[in-house]
Design a protein around this ligand. Structure first.
Ligand code: GRG
Length: 287
């Protein structure tokens, strides 16, 4: 049931992403943007936004440009994260990374273009809550959200893994872009302040759990399923949750965060079942 709903959201999103207008872009830029944007991926952020909007009685069609925007921002962050100056990765989603195929200059520009284009797409929405949702997504992607987390991640590499610092990194680099789809989706559905606060609580716990599981998968995952090189975190002195608390405690903590995420959505009753099941499924993910 959860898988079927997820498949339907994903299909809707894939079509919208594939149909995105990119007029005026030079062919090589368009090709590089589409290479990363349409290269698979779980589409978690886009699906979270569509389902949060539906959970609060909103219209999926109104939410679609914002779901696409989140996937564009996510794709940009992965392109830049894979660059030699950052994580220096050659494989992503089972394919060569963007800069390996198009060169560093075009990859940087494709990332910049995806980020900018995401805001152009959202700005075209005439929905009464469009500006509020756009602001929410900008904050999550920006200087106190994803960029803050990534800055700490890159600059604190090799330092002592302290729980408080690692949680701050996880809240920024990962949880911010998993919370914004929920809160923005709820805003587009005209949800109340209390509902948005509950959604924020859900997103933050889901996001932190998602990154803990990502850290665990770097240690014990299957590179073929993950579609990228694993085992780099330890070698590079990355500040991961298992490095702070050990592997077994990290697994327990991920479960605890998912339990808290599930509880946060109780006020939505049965309508929250999809998002609750999706959150639980991330604990057992293999990719
Ligand atoms: C501004 C130069 C510049 C760079 C920005 C902010 C940033 C670079 C990168 C974001 C940091 C990052 C990659 C965090 C990790 C989050 C994470 C676990 C990503 C993988 O997400 P999935 O598993 O990927 O949802 P798929 O492939 O399924 O979409």
């Amino acid at each position: 049931m959860m898988e079927e709903t997820l498949r339907a959201y994903k299909e809707r999103l894939e079509k919208a992403l594939s149909d995105l207008p990119m007029e005026g872009a030079p062919d090589i830029l368009k090709e590089s943007m589409r290479y990363s944007l349409l290269s698979g991926g779980k589409r978690l952020r886009g699906c979270l936004l569509l389902s949060a909007c539906e959970m609060a009685g909103g219209n999926i069609q109104d939410a679609l440009p914002f779901a696409c925007a989140l996937e564009m921002i996510h794709a940009y962050s992965l392109i830049h994260d894979d660059l030699p100056a950052m994580d220096d990765d050659t494989m992503r989603r089972g394919k060569p990374t963007n800069h390996v195929v198009y060169g560093e200059a075009v990859a940087i520009l494709a990332g910049d273009a995806l980020l900018t284009h995401a805001f152009e797409i959202m700005a075209q929405s005439a929905h009464p809550s469009a500006f509020q949702a756009l602001g929410e997504i900008a904050r999550a992607a920006g200087i106190s959200g994803m960029i803050a987390g990534q800055t700490l991640d890159v600059t604190m590499e090799g330092s002592k893994p302290e729980k408080e610092l690692v949680e701050k990194i996880h809240l920024g680099k990962t949880a911010a872009l998993l919370t914004a789809p929920i809160t923005a989706g709820l805003m587009l559905a005209g949800a109340s302040e209390a509902q948005i606060a509950a959604g924020r609580e859900f997103g933050m716990h889901l996001g932190v759990a998602f990154q803990i599981v990502d850290d665990i998968l770097d240690l014990e995952g299957d590179p073929a399923l993950m579609g990228k090189t694993l085992g780099k975190d330890q070698a590079e002195g990355k500040l991961t949750w298992p490095a702070c608390v050990g592997l077994n405690q990290a697994k327990a903590d991920a479960k605890q965060h998912i339990d808290s995420a599930v509880s946060a959505l109780v006020p939505f009753g049965k309508k929250a079942e999809f998002l609750q099941a999706l959150a639980i499924s991330t604990l057992h993910r293999v990719q």
